[in-house]
Design a binder for this molecule. Structure first.
Ligand code: HEM
Ligand code: HEM
Length: 278
């Protein structure tokens, strides 16, 4: 039923938010309590900005950005407004990621450590660059009103696929980074002797996987998608219900599957493809 559907959504959302916030607490406790703290001094305290900015920005903020369209209480907001929020959060996540890159390169150069030797660094830098590209293409395609609606619709499955692939890759890259750091950083006792820091940071890795899994689940349920503007519009005209149960029942009337990421269910029914349609 629509009510159950909403309940399941809220459950998944709370679990994801909790896993994300606890990950943030864990990364701060790691660098502040187990490691050297935070500073911009060319030393290890500067390196520590690298994991902190990645977890808070590139992982948590990106995850939230990906699911903002799915929050039922935003469905009364215009699609354009939600695009600004989605794009803005993704831009903020990108800024965090870039500063995280500056921190680690600056630390390596100050300490005479070679750059770009690890698989972690290859995949990581590639992910940041492609994320920047996704951001530029997203703005060009969906925010600037010159792109033809047919292009927008055609590009949407690719936008969603590459967005989810990037998000997943970023979490995988973070897990590699965590493992490297534990192996490099733990000297006496070593990683293989399971000191408290090792156990604690292993748990951080598990939490990041949990967060990623929950965000991917939320972002791939067709029954939790934002209803097309046309369905929302007919809801308002057929009795003006704005309460959640109306929205939820609109949800249950959505055509299933066929149009999963369809940039334009509205377009299929009427050829008037207005700027809000996707
Ligand atoms: C180094 C990217 C997450 C630990 C690097 C470098 C890049 C990078 C490009 C190379 C810097 C250089 O060559 O001077 C990323 C990206 C991440 C990420 C895109 C987002 C997922 C993490 C996390 C940790 C971490 C969460 C955990 C501590 C390290 C370590 C190095 C490093 C220890 C130095 C060794 C090496 O170059 O592989 N990272 N990183 N990274 N990163 Fe990350
Ligand atoms: C949808 C990722 C930037 C516009 C999505 C989805 C993902 C995603 C995963 C699917 C969400 C869902 O099905 O609920 C990303 C990433 C970005 C980015 C990782 C940045 C690197 C942008 C930008 C815009 C944009 C800058 C410009 C406004 C859209 C639109 C949708 C969407 C219009 C469709 C929403 C819907 O189905 O109702 N994005 N996106 N994206 N994105 Fe992005």
């Amino acid at each position: 039923t629509p009510m159950e559907n909403l309940k399941h959504f809220l459950l998944a959302l709370c679990a994801a938010t909790a896993a994300g916030l606890v990950s943030i607490i864990f990364v701060f406790r790691w660098v502040l309590y187990f490691k050297e703290g935070l500073a911009w001094d060319g030393g290890l305290a500067e390196f520590n900005w690298h994991p902190v900015l990645i977890v808070t920005g590139f992982i948590f903020l990106q995850g939230i950005a990906i699911i903002v369209y799915r929050l039922p209480w935003t469905w009364q907001c215009s699609k354009l407004m939600m695009k600004f929020i989605h794009a803005g959060l993704n831009l903020l996540a990108f800024v965090f990621a870039v500063i995280a890159m500056v921190a680690v390169f600056d630390f390596h150069n100050a300490a005479n450590i070679p750059n770009m030797y690890s698989l972690h660094s290859w995949l990581g830098l590639t992910a940041v660059i492609l994320y920047g590209l996704q951001l530029v293409l997203g703005v060009g395609m969906y925010l600037i009103p010159v792109t033809p609606a047919s292009w927008r619709a055609a590009f949407m499955p690719l936008h969603v696929y590459s967005g989810l692939l990037l998000f997943t890759s970023v979490i995988a890259v973070a897990l590699m980074g965590i493992t490297e750091k534990l192996i490099f950083g733990l000297k006496d006792p070593k990683y293989k002797d399971s000191p408290p820091e090792a156990i604690f940071v292993n748990v951080l890795g598990v939490l990041l996987v949990l967060f990623g899994g929950l965000i991917l689940w939320i972002a791939t349920r067709t029954s939790w998608k934002r209803p097309s503007d046309q369905i929302l519009h007919s809801l308002h005209t057929n009795g003006g219900g704005e309460d959640n149960s109306k929205v939820a029942s609109a949800l249950s009337q959505l055509p299933d599957g066929s149009d999963a990421y369809g940039a334009g269910d509205a377009r299929k029914r009427s050829n008037k493809s207005d700027e809000q349609a996707n």
